[in-house]
Write a protein of this length. Structure first.
Length: 199
């Protein structure tokens, strides 16, 4: 499940030039979709147009798919140009600020928790590929309490490409091929271990 973040009335980041994040995330998602289809994945996208979708709507789409993997795509505003990083939800960094809530809300809010080791592994694999294909990218993924991943009931990561202040959209979409290659290679590596352990 590929999730081009933002969309519709949520435009995401605006760069110092003409770039709007919601447009670039969609272009990147389409490039990744085309690339990973070659490896035999079934690919769904949370949006294929300029739709306004809540985090909950995106999570519901992802969670409706058995054995799915969720990737949400962003364009950052402050990272070194031409780099990218993968992020997983790190529950260890989360202060237990959420009190138990009756009626299942808590379980929805922490759906990602049992998947954290898989999401972390996937993020590590993606980040390793990014480090070689987009020079300057970190060797290690970031763990953070990234709210939009929290309700995803399957392995889930965010990938952020830098950055939205590029001179024009072409400077970013030129990075779509190495980004897609990195994700495709990492997914194939992940599939081997994940299938053996989970399915
Ligand atoms: Zn974003």
């Amino acid at each position: 499940m590929l999730d081009p973040a933002h969309g519709g009335t949520d435009e995401g980041a605006h760069g110092s030039g003409s770039i709007v994040e919601k447009d670039v995330t969609l272009v990147l998602a389409e490039a990744i979709r085309a690339r990973v289809l070659r490896d035999g994945w079934q690919v769904l996208m949370t949006r294929q147009g300029d739709d306004t979708l809540s985090f909950a709507q995106r999570a519901a789409m992802a969670n409706a798919q058995a054995h799915a993997i969720f990737l949400t795509l962003h364009v950052g505003s402050s990272g070194a140009a031409g780099t990218a990083y993968a992020c997983y939800y790190d529950f260890g960094q989360l202060a237990e600020a959420t009190p138990p809530v009756a009626g299942g809300l808590l379980s929805w809010e922490t759906a990602q928790r049992p998947w954290e080791p898989y999401s972390r592994r996937l993020a590590q694999l993606v980040q390793g590929e990014l480090a070689t294909r987009l020079p300057g990218s970190s060797e290690q993924p970031a763990g953070a309490p990234l709210y939009q991943l929290r309700a995803i009931d399957e392995p889930a990561i965010a990938v952020e490409l830098e950055n939205v202040n590029a001179a024009d959209e072409g400077a970013l979409t030129a990075l779509a091929a190495p980004l897609a290659g990195a994700i495709a290679h990492a997914l194939v590596a992940f599939r081997a271990s994940y299938a053996a352990e989970v399915h």
